[in-house]
Design a protein around this ligand. Structure first.
Ligand SMILES: NC(=O)CC[C@H](N)C(=O)O
Length: 227
């Protein structure tokens, strides 16, 4: 599987993602500039974390108006895999490739900490190496991560299996205390109806090496490369 990592002005997880895919996972990967108009010879596009265009207007809003964003919509509509991490997730909701919106955190603060995530659907290309109900650990670092969808849409997402991860306690219980930003239903990650576009606020690329203290993020990349 060939990966492309998008680079916007203000991206700051682009090199981490590139490094993990190339040096830890051993995959083929190249950078994609935000001015590019076509995505060729790539199987999976990663929209990395960061502060694209300084988060002006809303996080992800300006990046969603770039040439590469238009190409990503086309690529996704043709069935290509797209993964948005944190700011990438925000860009994908702005593009309406993923449902809902990411609002300012409930406490109006930037939150940077480790979280536990419960796997809600383990039969998607991003989660197939995980077990349903399994608890994994990764860091978060965001100011606008409160996932919101109206009640009826939330129900539809649950019925279709589009919820990938929920913030939980270490034992997997879903509680208000485990929710770092006030996301509806403790939701940390979702996918589209056709299971080829994925978004999550936690950072799997920062959880791939023993040296950093965790490696659960690797399971997501291994899932994708075996998809
Ligand atoms: N780590 C990130 O990608 C940060 C996302 C975004 N800039 C926010 O603060 O919400």
């Amino acid at each position: 599987m060939k990966f492309g990592v998008c680079v916007f002005p203000g991206s700051n997880c682009d090199y981490d993602t590139y490094y993990v895919l190339r040096d830890v996972v051993g995959a083929e990967v190249r950078f994609l500039d935000f001015r590019e108009t076509k995505i060729q010879n790539i199987d999976c596009v990663i929209l990395p974390g960061g502060f694209s265009f300084g988060d002006y207007l809303r996080a992800g809003a300006l990046a969603s108006k770039t040439p590469i964003a238009k190409a990503i919509v086309d690529f996704a509509q043709k069935g290509g895999f797209v993964v948005g991490i944190c700011n990438g997730f925000q860009i994908l909701t702005e593009l309406h490739l993923l449902p809902g919106a990411l609002l300012k955190n409930e406490n109006l603060r930037f939150v940077c900490k480790d979280v536990y995530l419960r796997v809600e659907n383990s039969s998607t290309p991003l989660t197939k190496k995980l077990e349903k109900g399994e608890v994994i650990r990764m860091p978060i670092a965001h100011g606008e991560g409160r996932f919101y969808v109206p009640e009826d849409e939330l129900k539809r997402l649950e019925e279709r299996g589009q919820i990938l991860f929920r913030y939980c306690q270490e034992d997997g219980s879903i509680t208000k205390e485990a929710n770092p930003n006030g996301s509806v239903g403790n939701i940390a990650g979702v996918c589209n109806e056709t299971f080829n576009v994925f978004g999550l606020m936690p950072h799997p690329e920062r959880a791939c090496e023993d040296l950093l203290g965790y490696y659960d993020g690797l399971l997501l990349w291994y899932s994708l490369i075996s998809a």
